[in-house]
Design a protein around this ligand. Structure first.
Ligand SMILES: C[S@@+](CC[C@H](N)C(=O)[O-])C[C@H]1O[C@@H](n2cnc3c(N)ncnc32)[C@H](O)[C@@H]1O
Length: 247
């Protein structure tokens, strides 16, 4: 199956890096707090981070007491930054696609992935590998683009009034799963759309128990500072899930 390494594209990499450096980006405001709220106590835990990018979370897991973290990423450029800015004797960074997880010969207490799994075509195979990598009692926590977001295929995302103000989000082809190409810093960025039911059923059929989901929304306090974030009431940008391997 196709594996895309768009983060090694120079233009994409620079665009993404600038976005993450922006004050109050959506990751900082919504996704990261939600992700960390789903994590169990990390003290003395072994963690695997799929699509670890710049390694900021890997460092955060060590600060929360993890005994060891393995961060994997398909992008050499992302890992260069991770090694330069977020290294630690307890962290190992591996340049590999998460489609090849069966080559990792050890078990983890927690498998985490932040906004990387929507780049993977074979979700069933990925969940099978994650199950096998988890110790019994282990936890899988991940975030992805919300299915309401990944469904977008062609045309304008929003219907607007005559003044250009957003009225509501356009939804089409929700029931047609699979590859979507979008323009994000560069042309032809591939992501995979899966319906909510497919996501839930794949995780459950893979032997994991879903414990909690979050679709982060802004608080009134946050809206006072960032009124544009009201858009999230039309379409949540993120979906986060915590699931566990019981035995
Ligand atoms: C949006 S970034 C998120 C980075 C990091 N998890 C964070 O939240 O800061 C997505 C990351 O997933 C990585 N990625 C995409 N597809 C991947 C794959 N098939 N296997 C491993 N990593 C992948 C990218 O290279 C990139 O570093």
């Amino acid at each position: 199956m196709a594996k895309q390494n768009i983060y090694d594209n120079e233009v994409f990499f620079e665009g993404y890096r600038k976005l993450r450096e922006k004050e109050s980006n959506a990751n900082d405001l919504f996704e990261i707090p939600a992700l960390f709220s789903l994590l169990p106590d990390l003290k003395d835990k072994a963690i695997l981070d799929l699509g670890c990018g710049f390694g900021e979370h890997c460092k955060g897991f060590i600060e929360k007491g993890a005994s060891k973290v393995v961060g994997i990423d398909i992008s050499e450029k992302m890992l260069e930054v991770a090694k330069a800015e977020n290294s630690d004797p307890k962290i190992t960074y591996l340049n590999m696609p998460m489609e090849d997880l069966e080559t990792i010969d050890e078990k983890f207490d927690v498998v985490v992935s932040s906004l990387a799994i929507h780049y993977v075509e074979d979700f069933t195979g990925l969940i099978k590998n994650i199950y096998n990598l988890l110790n019994p009692g282990g936890v899988f926590v991940y975030s992805q683009e919300n299915p309401i977001n990944t469904t977008h295929s062609t045309g304008e995302r929003w219907t607007r009034d005559e003044n250009g103000e957003k009225l509501y989000v356009n939804l089409s082809n929700y029931g047609i799963e699979g590859e979507r190409e979008s323009v994000w810093f560069v042309d032809n960025v591939k992501k995979y759309h899966r319906m909510f039911s497919t996501i839930v059923n794949t995780i459950v059929d893979g032997g994991l128990t879903i414990e909690k989901m979050i679709e982060p929304l802004p608080t009134e306090e946050l809206l006072e500072k960032y009124p544009d974030q009201r858009d999230l009431f039309h379409k949540p940008d993120f979906l986060l899930i915590r699931a566990s391997r019981k035995v």
